[in-house]
Design a protein around this ligand. Structure first.
Ligand SMILES: [Zn+2]
Length: 497
């Protein structure tokens, strides 16, 4: 599917440079690399290299992460930041451009969240806003933040902890999705924790009295947490995955077992309180089974703080920038993809979840009928709870932040699915990515031209944070890590102190 005819030219009067081919090529290459959290060496370098080549001052390896970087152009105020991600997910190997599940040879990973598009569009916005500043001669600084490890790594949380976002006047970002809408409300705070039980193995028939089962401990812990659910707030969420059952032989008393918990609530303080309760249940399970439990705090994010002023700036930009148009061939592809998840209601798409009921019902019908969404959802700023989490939350607690979703996939495409990977390199995805780049750049332009907007956004930020400083939800001794073995090192060092 060709995309060479897509052009970026929104900034009237600016020396228009067409970055569309470079951005599409980079998005496709990042899709190909499909690198996991904190291993995104090639992906980060694609974006850092492009910006450096274009005259941005690039600083690599920030906040203790090899694949995190900043790129800066310009001087003075305002300082506008764009946040970009580029990590993939494991277990999602999938061919591009096909309408059935088909493993891509040579990799187990895939871009199941569209982050191959996310980083490119944000970098494109930085380039276009730079062109605007150059052309207009206005003062201002454009910054791009290469944010690794969004999927289970909390990259931005470490960046916020290290003061990387300090000094920004605002941060803007987006996420690939099934429709075009400004995101409002608050995504949840969370923390993720490993509970590793150790018991004593024994022959399950000959000497069961000598064994102490770690697997029993995991089961009792899960039962305990499930009983606790009645006594949680309706907006709390707890999920778990048993990572180690101790073995595959039922005739052995399992001496090791492990369960990973993800604990969510509406703010970090509530997550902390829930975490303590879950830890007590784990200790109780260990006591009951005469096993030992090791608790390893993995990662955490803060809830997002929305900003009505910036949301409106994004909304105006979304309406101003022309939406992509689709060819018959693209719509046929979209229809076939949509047919592959017939049992999922497209009306569950995040982009319409913020709407009042009546408007939501009207949009839901369109989402069910049409293969692609080619309109912008009416925006209403709301203080609603959004059942999900993002490390954008930590950026939003340091600097006024807003984000939107743009249609790069068919409506209702399930998150982290093969369908999302399959669509990630399509011309539909590229059109959505370029639209997002333009919207971000246009929003940046509005903020530079009307300093009142940033002043109001800042006032709103101070009011909602009550002037309190940012507190990182990740304990100090925990550093960015790729897996539990790396994490263990930090915990052991802390224990040795
Ligand atoms: Zn994502």
């Amino acid at each position: 599917m060709p995309y060479a005819d897509l052009r970026i030219c929104l900034l009237k009067g600016a020396t228009v440079k067409d970055y569309s081919k470079a951005l599409c090529d980079i998005s496709c290459r990042i899709w190909d690399y499909a690198e996991l959290k904190f291993n995104e060496k090639n992906s980060a370098e694609e974006l850092a290299g492009l910006l450096e080549q274009e005259g941005f001052e690039v600083t690599r390896g920030i906040a203790g992460m090899e694949t995190a970087f900043t790129a800066k152009w310009g001087t003075g105020k305002p300082v506008i930041g764009f946040l970009g991600e580029y990590d993939a997910l494991s277990g999602l190997s999938q061919e591009a451009g096909v309408t059935e599940k088909k493993v891509r040879p040579g990799t187990g990973n895939g871009h199941g969240c569209g982050h191959n598009l996310l980083g490119s569009a944000a970098a494109g916005a930085a380039l276009m806003l730079r062109d605007y500043l150059k052309e207009s001669g206005r003062p201002g600084t454009v910054m791009f933040f290469g944010c690794p490890g969004e999927e289970g790594g909390s990259g931005k949380t470490y960046m916020a902890r290290d003061g990387v976002f300090d000094g920004l006047d605002c941060a803007l970002t987006w996420h690939p999705g099934g429709g075009n809408a400004v995101i409002t409300g608050a995504f949840m705070a969370n923390c993720q924790v490993y509970y590793r039980f150790r018991g004593r193995s024994a022959h399950a028939a000959a000497a069961p009295h000598l064994g102490r089962s770690a697997l029993d401990a995991v089961e009792l812990m899960d039962v305990g947490v499930n009983y606790m659910r009645e006594h949680m707030e309706p907006t709390d969420r707890i999920h778990y995955a048993i990572l180690d059952t101790g073995g595959t032989s039922p005739n052995v008393v399992q001496n090791h077992a492990e369960v990973l918990y993800l604990i969510r609530s509406t703010d970090t303080e509530k997550v902390k309180a829930l975490y303590e309760r879950v830890c007590n249940i784990a200790r109780g399970a260990a006591l009951m089974t005469e096993t030992k439990v090791e608790i390893l705090f993995d990662k955490a994010v803060s809830s997002t703080l929305s900003n009505a002023v910036l949301e409106d700036v994004l909304y105006q930009s979304m309406k101003k920038v022309p939406l992509p148009e689709y060819t018959a061939e693209e719509l046929d592809f979209a229809k076939a993809i949509k047919d592959s998840y017939k049992d999922i209601d497209p009306a569950g798409d995040l982009s319409i979840s913020f709407l009042p009921n009546r408007e939501r019902r009207r949009c839901a019908a369109l989402y069910r009928e049409s293969p692609m969404m080619d309109f912008v959802i009416e925006h209403h700023h709301l203080d609603v709870f959004v059942p999900g989490s993002s490390d954008v939350g930590d950026a939003s607690r340091v600097v006024p932040t807003a984000q939107f979703v743009a249609a790069t996939f068919t409506p209702g495409t399930p998150g982290h699915s093969w369908q999302m990977v399959a669509q990630g390199k399509s011309s539909i995805a590229m059109k959505g990515m370029l639209y997002a780049a333009k919207v971000l750049a246009e929003a940046g332009k509005q903020l530079i031209e009307d300093p009142e907007l940033l002043k109001k956004a800042k006032e709103e930020f101070i009011e909602t944070t009550e002037g309190k400083p940012y507190l990182c939800p990740i304990p100090k001794h925990i550093k960015p890590h790729r897996d539990v073995e790396e994490l263990k090192k930090f915990s052991e060092q802390e224990g040795a102190k």
